[in-house]
Ligand binder design. Structure first.
Ligand code: HEM
Length: 305
């Protein structure tokens, strides 16, 4: 684009929204040059690590969670775009799913920052200062699942027989799998971790479930024309996504929890208070976003190998 063409394009843009382009062009004369630190908000970003102890490895723990939440935001951005697409075709869908797979892959590959990158002694000390907070309370993690599939796929494995596809969204939501991770192992009472999470996020998550009931990724996929639905590259990308989100990340996370919480041969209570050994292993809940893409045998052996 030449200078003249660029100026004309800018003038056209402002005129199209009934704004006087001269005022905006004059404003540009006085604008400050943008800097890296302002644009990336570096100072704000680096001020967000509020440790609760004096142990240096706590910063690693906080920052890695923050990095993960940013990746979750990137995943959600892709899922939103897929959901808003009114004329979805595999040419758009495949690269977007591949982007998500790249993000989740990066998180899985780097999880050793958690498993091997902190001193066990320090972790076991600073974790006490975090109780009852837990990654269990990550709302974005739940939003990703609700964007990926139907609520029916996220019902607690033990309740799947008593919840029917035709039940209301509210009833299904009352049997969502994560409630199992928010109960005291012995009494079955709700943990503080779950109660606080529900107080803050239940309405938002139910709205989110409603919003994506008809436009989640599984719905978008199953409503593609048959010729597109059977595309091998698309099927591979979706299976990869299911494997990455519902087996690989949960397994590296589970193994990390095991490393720290079974430290010194003694099983520790999780900060969120769950029956974590049973809850976190993906073979128990068998969350599967796209069941139509897996064989009966693959579903049976989910996360067992
Ligand atoms: C040393 C590192 C970690 C340990 C020991 C650990 C441990 C646990 C435990 C025991 C739970 C079960 C709930 C509870 O009772 O607290 C849990 C849940 C969870 N954690 Fe972590 N975690 C670690 C790192 C992370 C990181 C980096 C993230 C990233 C955001 C994360 C996200 C989650 C999520 C999303 C859940 C809920 C999983 C589900 O519902 O299936 N955790 N974690």
């Amino acid at each position: 684009m030449t200078n003249d063409e660029a100026t004309e394009a800018v003038i056209r843009k402002f005129k199209s929204v009934k704004q006087n382009p001269d005022v905006y062009l004059e404003g540009l004369m006085y604008s400050k040059p943008i800097t890296y630190w302002d644009y990336i908000q570096v100072d704000t970003l680096l001020s967000l690590q509020k440790t609760r102890t004096e142990l240096p490895d706590e910063e690693i723990f906080i920052m890695y969670h923050q990095v993960t939440e940013l990746y979750f935001k990137m995943i959600l951005s892709e899922l939103k775009q897929i959901s808003n697409h009114s004329y979805l075709r595999k040419s758009f869908l495949i690269p977007r799913i591949q982007r998500i797979n790249r993000y989740v892959g990066a998180l899985t590959m780097t999880f050793d920052i958690m498993s091997d990158g902190m001193e066990v002694e320090q972790y076991l000390k600073f974790r006490n200062a975090l109780t009852p907070a837990s990654g269990f309370q990550s709302a974005q993690y739940r939003m990703i699942e609700l964007c990926c599939t139907d609520l029916d796929q996220l019902i607690d494995a033990r309740d799947r027989k008593i919840v029917s596809k035709t039940d209301t969204l509210e009833k299904k939501f009352a049997h969502i799998y994560w409630l199992a991770g928010g109960k005291h192992p012995k009494t079955g009472d709700k943990t503080v971790t779950l109660s606080l999470f529900e107080e803050k996020y239940n309405k938002l998550l139910l709205d989110h479930a409603n919003q994506y009931a008809e436009t989640n990724l599984r719905k978008k996929y199953t409503s593609l024309p048959k010729s597109e639905r059977l595309d091998e590259e698309l099927i591979d990308a979706l299976r990869e996504l299911d494997r990455k989100i519902n087996i690989e990340w949960p397994l590296v996370h589970y193994n990390t929890a095991k490393k720290y919480l079974v430290a010194k041969g003694e099983t520790q209570k999780a900060t969120g208070g769950s029956d974590w050994e049973r809850y976190l292993h993906p073979m128990y809940q068998k969350r599967i976003f796209f069941p139509e893409l897996w064989s009966k045998e693959e579903i049976e052996n989910w996360a067992k190998k």
